[in-house]
Each structure stands twice: as structure tokens, then as C-alpha cells.
Design a protein around this ligand. Sequence first.
Ligand code: SAH
Ligand code: SF4
Length: 408
Amino acid sequence: MCDSDRLDSILLAYGASKVDNFLDADVFILNTCSVRMQSEQKIFSYLGKIEEFKQQNSDIKIIVMGCMAERLGYDIKKRFKSVDLVVGTKDIDNGISKIIDLCCLKNSFKKINSNVKLRSKIVSHITIMKGCNNYCSYCIVPFVRGIEKSFDYNTIINKCSLVVENGVKEIILLGQNVNSYKYRNVDFSLLLKNVASIKNLERIRFLTNHPKDLNDNLIDVIAKNSKMCSHIHLPMQSASNKILQLMNRKYTYEYYSYLIKKLRFAVPDISITTDIIVGFPGETDKDFEYTLNAVKTIRFGGLYVFKYSPRPNTKAFEMSDNVSTVEKKRRHAIILEESNKISAEIVSKMVGSKHQVLVENIGNGFMEARTKSGRKVFIKINKEYCGKILNVVIKEAKVNSLFGDVID
Ligand code: SAH
Ligand code: SF4
């Protein structure tokens, strides 16, 4: 997400513009993910379509970047001959220069400004670390993103200050495992405190966390600092201790629920979201039941549920993928249904309540704003609201969407 944002602002500054229609594009950039096989298959299918398009429009350029580009490298060009450039994740800065060079070869895309300015926007994503050393047994990330590296603290603070000077109101700090951030003597809670001291910055979010690294200092910063949003994404993956151990997650379900209790005690209105994998090798009906019961008990503010997908090089790749596709689909649907039911109950209870929202965007017929807990609220159009923190009262809840009126 962040590499896309960065490339976006660079290319826009170089004179490119985004197109709504596929047929109007002269450069296609696919930023890919290889975490699940399905994501890679989608990219192959896109590439097939773009390749057909290129047969009639030979001067278009096709660029593939991201994790899948890192994993498959030159094999992508072997399979799709019309791909012009493959840019992996490990040397992204050099890759971005190559993308700019390739794009600027086109007449319609002249280099107009080498002093890249950040687009003025309201929410900005800042990456604070890359890679991961956790080696969860199902996960390809350590193989395609490399070992964990926390970025220079001063560079992060400077980047955050710069975007805020350019009008940004909310910063989302990104990394595979932000709560294990450590640069010299600065850990993640200290980094958060210092980002929060930037004048004119209104809100801070961060993504994503590993339960084993969630400590009391971090909970304390979320609880006590008014710029911190009341939301945490804390992937649980499974509630069966047997499966958690096979996944190499380094915590038990009891420890995970202890963290949830601590978070809710310190920040009563916190929204906790999670990731779940169903159909991991060896997951029995009983193991699945533990996870389903945890979803019912914890009542997550939202969740992503994934069907286990074997990834090359990982430990789990050597285990027998013994839960059938049909059963994975069934478990996936059950978790999703339960989660949708809980979400609907949470949002319907919000009707009549008051919230501070940050107005992020002008949408289709409404302004899009967000509560501190991360819920989207639609309010009536008024361009002056953009980037403002407003008080709203929730008037209506529809499935997962909230509609509110501005109050003074
Ligand atoms: N670093 C993050 C997650 C990165 S991947 C973390 O640990 O929280 C995002 C999510 O994709 C994971 O949380 C996991 O639920 C899912 N995922 C990763 N590998 C997967 C695989 N092989 N099959 C299915 N889901 C997977
Ligand atoms: Fe993958 Fe685990 Fe690292 Fe997350 S913590 S990126 S799931 S290895």
C-alpha cells in the first residue's frame, strides 16, 4: 500500500495522471502481493488481459512490482513476454528510479519536475520498518521481504513532519510487525509518543501488530495520548493452541485473550480487529470450533478471514494440506457470517451516539469521515469539511455503513 502511495505521488509529480478507463492507460503498474496463491493468480489473469491489449497498442508499458515480483523475478517476463520491467521489494528505491526512467521515455509523460512534492492529502501512510523475522510457518513474507529492519528514527520523524506541513491530518505507521520496532534506544511506544508531539497532526494509527510484542507501554500510549486512535489490528490467526503452535505464532489463545482484556480495560471503547486463517494443515472440526467460539466471545470490530494457502519455502508447505477446499470454504463462510452478524450488531448499537470524525474524502454523494475506532461515517457534502475533525451524531446504520449529522 505504501510503495503504491509513494510511487503515485512521484509519478504525479513527474506529470503522469491516473485514468479511470483501462483503455486510456499508456503505462500499467501492477503492485503485487504473494501472501496467498489466489492473489498471484489474479495478477496472472490481469497480465493476460493487459498483454492482449498490448497486441493492439504496442507502445504501452507494463511494470510488475511488489512481493510477487520479488518471488518470481525474471520468470514473470518469461511467461509474459510483453512485461517491460519487474521490480522486486528488496531494492525498491532503485526500482522506482527504473520505473521513472521507463515512464519518462514516453512523450506523453515528460519529466516536468525532479523536485518531487508530496500530494496534499489528509491521511498518509509512513513505513517504519520492513521485513519480518517471525517465520510463522504459513507465511511467505520473510522470504520475499527479507529480515526485519527498523528505519532510522530521525528520518521517520522528518517524513511525518513533512507530510503534516503539507496538510496531512492523520498518519498511519506501517510495517509487518510495527510493535517490534526498535531503532537504537527508540522502541515503538517512544516512536509513537514523539510522532504524537508533531504540531497540527490530529491522529495516529498503526498496522500491524504481533500479539507476542504487545507490551504495557504500548497499551499505555494508546490509552493516554489523545492523538492515538482507539483501534488495534491484532492478528489472532487461530484460537486452537495446537494450531497456534504449528503456525509458530509463539502465544497461546489464553495469552491472546489476556491481551484483549488488558486493552479493553485500558481503552474501553477500543475496536479490535484481527486476521484468521481457516483450514491450516491439521485443523480439525474441534480446532475450528475453538476459533469460532473465540470470534463469538471476543466480538472483534472486524476481521479478515483467509483460507489457508500453501506457499513455497515455508515450513507449512512441507505439512500435508489435508483440509479439503470444500471444507476450507465452509469454515471461511461460517466465520464471515458470524463476523458480519457481530459487525451489524455493533454498528446498529451506535445509532444515536456522538463521535469525533476526521473527514477524509469527498465520496459519491457524501463526505467520507472516520471515527477514532476506524468506522466510516457518511455525512452530507460540504467541501469545507475536508480534513476537519467534526462532531457527529449517528443517525442511521446500514449493514456496515454509518450515516451521521454534523453537530457543533
Ligand atoms: N505481518 C502481519 C501479516 C501479514 S500477511 C501479521 O503477522 O499480522 C496478512 C495476513 O495474511 C496474515 O495475518 C494471515 O492471516 C494471512 N496469511 C498469510 N499467509 C497466509 C497463507 N499462506 N494462507 C492464508 N492466509 C495467509
Ligand atoms: Fe508473516 Fe508472521 Fe511475519 Fe506476519 S509476523 S509477516 S504472518 S511471518
